[in-house]
Write a protein that binds this ligand. Sequence first.
Ligand code: 4AD
Ligand code: MG
Length: 478
Amino acid sequence: MKRQEIKEILQSEAIGSTIKVSGWVRTKRESKNVNFINLNDGTVLSNLQVVADVNLFDESILRKINTGAALTVVGELVESGGQQKVELVAKEIEVVGEADPDKYPLQPKRHSLEFLREIAHLRFRTNTFSSIARIRHAMIFAVHKFFTEKGFFNIHTPIITASDAEGAGEMFQVTTFELNNPPRSDDGKIDYSQDFFGKHTGLTVSGQLEGELAALALSKIYTFGPTFRAENSNTSRHLAEFWMIEPEMAFYDLNDNMDLAEEFLKYLINYALENCEEDLMFLSQRQQQEEKNKPQDQRSMELIEKLKFVADNEFVRLTYTEAIKILQNSKPAKKGKFQYPVEGFGTDLQSEHERYLVEKHFKRPVILIDYPADIKAFYMKVNEDGNTVAAMDVLFPQIGEIIGGSQREERYDVLVEKMKAMNIPLEEMEWYLDTRRYGSVPHSGFGLGFERLITFVTGMGNIRDVIPFPRTPKNCEF
Ligand code: 4AD
Ligand code: MG
């Protein structure tokens, strides 16, 4: 007999049929004559209740049916008087994999997220983390669907690279050198010409630069790959390894870029609302439970309401300079409540400032544009004022910056000057400059941090809980 998955069983509700199901025991409740076993196979949030008549099964089998054990059950699907419409009356039970109830770390009770992070190899077996995994998958699919529908091509950009695209010096090094005895040149410096790639290399911080090369031939492309940043930020919004979606479009200016970013985010959120309802409802209840002891004004907006709110409202668009004015005149600035003071033009906005604009001032997502050139990457287009660049950051409630992007500097001379001023090694970037030498055109793009999106969609408070195996400073388990 072919195994059926719990998702299809609960959808078909084929009362009276004999079926075979496999999964892991979430809970077992014993009454005098029957055992009630909640079985979950991860295909949906819901469990299937299995009813086992104790007189039908050997004590040796019943004893092995514990939380965490894997079972295959053949039985008859019947109507249920309980919360679910159907349940399975067991005829045969096979214990596929035992789990010692005294040792299995996941007990049928609420565990803290911190504890579950320590057993991330098992946390998929909880409702919270299986919901997140299913939503994450749906979002990956929706990303590809959106861009495919719009005629974009997916490009695989390299993971090992020699260029620090953001120029922030946050690259992890890739080398095959014996670290305690690397070859050195006469001046005592490490001689990377003898390394595996014959040069100094690292893990990519962004696929953008290579994405630009493709966009200047294919018109519209996107990358969706892992990116790595050796920035020592121990926050609830930073990972050392995260996934980024980076579209790049020829003949798009900053306005086109903003339109695309807004449409894209709304599409993804609507996709989640339409396709992940059960998991979102569960996560919504989880969040409300978690926040029930907080004062009213510190509680989050209900998850589904929040998602609808973002999907249905226009994002505010304003310049960095306007934002600075708003922040300087804000209550927290006047009362000295910001941890980082807002000095004026040139201040790098912190997440507390971004969240103030979004959550307190405008009460909706904000796209900030025209940032000071000095605090942004070398490739951004210099505006006519000479001081600002055509950058855009999309700011979300709870998250702060969810997207960073810009129109790119397509003028060869301006770009070269900028690179010199910012100490970007020109000789290593000739390939990039070629796009500006031959058939250069205005173009734009942005990067969406995938885990920041998932943090927002799931309402989780920490980015480490929305990627299966988080990598953060001093933490690379599993
Ligand atoms: O703003 P960033 O650094 O922009 C770029 O890398 C550009 N090359 C993108 C482009 O224009 N093609 O990063 C883009 C986004 C951020 O807005 C944020 O959502 C996410 O990536 N991000 C991180 N997410 C998790 N952990 C980190 N350490 C992140 N750093 C950036
Ligand atoms: Mg950024």
